[in-house]
Design a protein around this ligand. Structure first.
Ligand code: F6P
Length: 376
């Protein structure tokens, strides 16, 4: 509609006539064309491709930049592994989950000679600005590199939604949507059998996905890492629901939820190659214990990586697109060391130092004012 109007106005010689198409290479819109690198690091999530596409489109259309995509997060910068990116390469990727660049949790500060090799790659390729799309780990590396003079801007993504300085991270909305659809399905089978259904969702340090999906899908109980749980108390609560005639209950548990000290022994966690605890499995333990405590039938479902796969919601596509555009503007404004974030309805810039270092945990407003009323 808008394009048609602009064409009509241009043909009639009315309305704003906008210069479209390449100007002399080297400068556009008052700023020098740049060489940009973009990367995706950490756990993948839906919406990464939408962000890559927006970076490439904005950088190409507005500034005539050259862009490469570093493969597999910071690993690609350390190893000088990159592919050229242009508008044509990004066609069709908007609705696709995952990341066309691949991802990893490689941290140049933990690889022998990693930082020097990363700096050499950027120097050799003449990179003027790096857009790092990642969660706490990837953005912390970006902050440290920015402190050494690397021209980097961050975009927050993670289904966990635990990055400070942004109301939402890319991927969170999709993960919640997928969890809600699954829990809605668990509801009907729980009701048919008068069962307690325990649904485990991702959430290593924070319970954003658990609480949002639990509230949206009408769970009876949500267990989150921010508040250690006490299963005898949970069991009593479920028993009371039963006495009141509510024979089916949904318990949503974040994978990182922990029992109150001394109430339940958990097996020691496996550690992955990046020193992360490999989580997943608390749902089975909670279901087993609740069955014993309540004498009601319990089943469990672990949603795990299902939450990170597949097509992003419209919300995540738009958020990623806005972040991509804002990050390229930040690079051209030389706002290096900044991250873009959603605050209210606007995209703001804040320093990576403010965004990283401490995780964004569930706020008490949501926990106290909403959750305590609806989780019954
Ligand atoms: O990206 C965050 C996250 O999805 C966490 O919720 C989860 O604990 C972790 O990644 C799983 O990581 P991996 O895919 O490496 O097992």
């Amino acid at each position: 509609m808008v394009a048609a109007r602009l064409q009509r106005e241009a043909a009639a010689g009315t309305g704003p006539v906008r210069q479209v198409g390449p100007t002399a290479r080297g400068e556009r819109n008052g700023t020098e064309a740049m060489r940009l690198g973009v990367l995706t690091g950490g756990g993948d999530c839906p919406g990464l491709n939408a962000a890559i596409r927006a970076v490439v489109r904005k950088a190409t259309v507005t500034f005539d930049d050259d862009i490469v995509g570093f493969r597999n997060g910071w690993h690609g910068v350390v190893e000088d592994d990159a592919i050229p990116l242009d508008v044509a390469r990004c066609r069709g990727i908007l609705p696709r989950g995952g990341t066309i660049l691949g991802t990893s949790r490689v941290n140049p500060f933990k690889v022998a000679g990693g930082v020097d090799r990363a700096l050499a790659t950027l120097e050799r390729r003449g990179i003027d600005g790096v857009v790092a799309i990642g969660g706490e780990g990837t953005l912390s590396v970006a902050r440290r590199l920015a402190e050494t003079g690397v021209p980097v801007v961050g975009i927050p993504k993670t289904i966990d939604n635990d990055v400070n300085g942004t109301d939402f991270t890319i991927g969170f909305n999709t993960a919640v949507q997928v969890a809600v659809e699954a829990i809605d399905r668990l509801h009907t089978t729980a009701e048919s059998h008068d069962r307690i259904m325990v649904c485990e969702v991702m959430g290593r340090h924070v319970g954003w996905v658990a609480l949002y999906s639990g509230l949206a899908a009408g769970a009876a109980i949500v267990l989150v890492p921010e508040e250690p749980f006490d299963l005898p108390v949970v069991a009593k609560h479920l028993g009371r629901r039963h006495e009141k005639g509510r024979f089916a209950s949904i318990v949503v548990v974040a994978e990182g939820a922990k029992p109150r000290a001394g109430t339940l022994e958990l097996p020691p966690p496996e550690i992955d190659e990046f020193d992360h605890e490999r989580l997943g499995g608390i749902g089975a333990i909670v279901a087993r214990e609740l069955e014993q405590l309540t004498q009601l039938e319990c089943r469990f479902t672990i949603l795990g990586h299902v939450l990170r796969g597949g097509t992003p919601t419209a919300f995540d596509r738009i958020l990623a697109t806005r972040f991509g555009i804002a990050a390229v503007d930040a690079i051209h404004d030389r706002a290096f060391g900044d991250m873009v974030g959603l605050q209210g309805s606007t995209i703001e810039r804040l320093s990576l130092a403010e965004a990283t270092g401490e995780l964004k945990r569930l706020d008490s407003g949501l926990l106290d004012d909403v959750a305590r009323i609806f989780l019954d």
